[in-house]
Design a protein around this ligand. Structure first.
Ligand code: ADP
Length: 495
């Protein structure tokens, strides 16, 4: 029996291909970076053709490295950077503009206009999102409004839209599959997450013809064949990166939480069949499920500056030579000696939502040294994550008892222990750090029938960090953080 799963993990900076076996072990991996295009301040684009070729050469390299034949592979899973928009002509197969990347702020004005029209509540109630330039809807509108002849072509039914999963499937199926999954659809700001359909009112407001939009399927379902090295392979799982990681971390029950500690941090909590509306500025989104399971939802919050604060220590402050060294510095001192860093370099996100806040370092004394500063920077990642956990607990009415961790900064054992201490919860780091790709692989493998529905034994090898401070110590530390947050907010507040 064929027991291998090919996973395409298409991220913001690189396209990767990973082959897993039916026990979730990595058999081989290949990766290609692609160009980040910054046409002007705040704009970010990718070349969709370059992404396709970066992805395809990663696939071929991965298969060759594995020593397997394409015919040994049972199915394909896809996970991708969410929200990024490609619009192409279905007759020529050519994109009519570069992909507009999730980070791109060019549609901030369109978003302001939607707010002025009083649509905030409608959009949040329907899509689970806040009005923001991150999401796909306003980016599609921008392309239709700004690329010469696009609107007419769209009205004639000649244009298609897709997030990167959709684009890759359409190209690799030679135009046969135009589909996406519920998790990707739920990030477009066009999808009704309760009734599971494209929202006609929003399509009308943004003037986007429905004929452009892909069919939406369950994350774990059959999407049709793609052509890999001349052979057909069935795509059986698709999920946006964060929901894929949630699934790959086995967070499939109510109250299960994962945090990805990357450049920023993405915390998601499974809320089961209930779409919880946040009172604290979190997003409500669809979680990945398989064909026969009921729709599940998740709350999502993000920390803008997570691992990026460590890059800042390295590149701008020159306090460390590499990210891993931050752990040695932090462990070289007993505590941060009352120093707090609030890395609000680009404002404060949930639950504070202060776009004008800027970073601060509080509590300096004559005895403050490099190690205290480095330690305070690492601690800031945990404090910000803890703020999200507390807000989500409030929203969902559940207590978090364990947190699954992945991403680059989850390698830092000091950070993981500090997170466990501050959040009074077990922090679990799986030894296989590829949670994002694994999620899509599991969805595909279950759908194809080579993995059974009970995934608990897959990738279960992990390290657990247990809370190890007193309630008093925790309360003292958190109270210091709150004071630092208040100072940060008041620093930029107009008098
Ligand atoms: P992304 O997917 O966002 O590019 P990664 O998951 O690759 O991010 O993680 C990279 C981030 O993790 C960087 O911001 C880096 O500073 C941070 N990082 C990597 N290793 C460590 C470490 N040992 N300690 C602290 N931070 C780290």
């Amino acid at each position: 029996m064929k027991k291998y799963i090919l996973t395409l993990d298409e991220g913001t900076t690189s396209a990767r291909a990973i082959i897993f076996d039916d026990l979730g072990n990595i058999v081989s991996l290949a990766q290609n970076e692609f160009t980040q295009i910054y046409p002007t301040q705040g704009w970010v684009e990718h070349d969709p053709i370059e992404i396709l070729s970066a992805q395809y050469s990663a696939i071929t390299e991965c298969i060759i490295k594995s020593g397997l034949n394409v015919s040994d592979i049972s199915c394909v899973g896809i996970t991708n950077q969410r929200e990024t928009v490609v619009v192409w002509n279905k007759n020529t197969g050519e994109p009519i503009y570069n992909a507009i990347v999730w980070q791109c702020r060019r549609t901030a004005d369109i978003c302001e206009d939607l707010k002025r029209q009083g649509l905030e509540e409608y959009i949040t109630n329907t899509t689970g999102l806040k009005i923001d330039a991150y999401f796909s809807g306003t980016k599609i509108k921008w392309i239709l409004d700004n690329v010469k002849g696009a609107r007419e072509q769209a009205n004639r039914g000649e244009l298609l839209f897709g997030t990167i999963d959709t684009w890759l499937m359409w190209k690799l199926s030679h135009g046969k599959t135009h589909a996406t999954d519920e998790t990707n659809a739920s990030r477009t700001m066009l999808y009704d997450i309760h009734n599971l359909c494209w929202d006609k009112k929003l399509l009308g407001i943004l003037d986007i013809p429905e004929s452009m939009l892909p069919t939406v399927q369950k994350s774990g379902s059959v999407y049709g064949n793609i052509d890999i090295m001349g052979a057909p392979l069935s795509v059986c799982g698709v999920a946006g990166d964060q929901q894929s990681a949630l699934y790959g971390q086995h967070c499939i029950n109510v109250g299960d939480v994962k945090n990805t500690y990357g450049t920023g941090c993405f915390l998601l909590m499974n809320t089961g069949e209930t779409a919880v509306k946040s009172q604290n500025g979190m997003l409500t989104t669809i979680a990945a499920t398989t064909q026969n399971s009921p729709t599940q939802y998740a709350l999502e919050g993000s920390v803008f500056i997570g691992g990026a604060v460590i890059q800042w220590l390295r590149d701008e402050m020159k306090l460390i030579e590499n990210a891993a060294q931050s752990e040695d510095c932090a462990l070289a001192v007993e505590n941060s000696a009352g120093v707090y860093i609030v890395p609000a370099f680009a404002g404060l996100g949930a639950p504070y939502w202060d776009m004008y806040a800027r970073g601060t370092i509080c509590g300096l004394t004559r005895g403050t040294g490099r190690n205290h500063i480095v330690r305070a920077a690492l601690e800031s990642i945990a404090y910000q994550t803890n703020d999200l956990i507390l807000a989500m607990q409030n929203d969902a009415g559940v207590t978090v008892t364990s947190l699954k961790a992945d991403g680059g900064a989850a390698r830092n054992k000091f950070l993981m222990q500090f997170q466990a201490d501050i959040s009074n919860t077990n922090v679990i780091c799986p030894s296989n750090a590829e949670a994002t790709a694994l999620g899509a692989a599991l969805l595909a493998g279950i759908t194809a029938g080579i993995i059974n529905g009970d995934i608990s034994s897959i990738n279960s090898d992990s390290t657990t960090f247990k809370p190890n401070i007193t309630d008093y110590e925790r309360a003292q530390s958190i109270s210091g953080w709150k004071k630092a947050i208040n100072s940060t907010i008041s620093f930029t507040k107009e008098k």
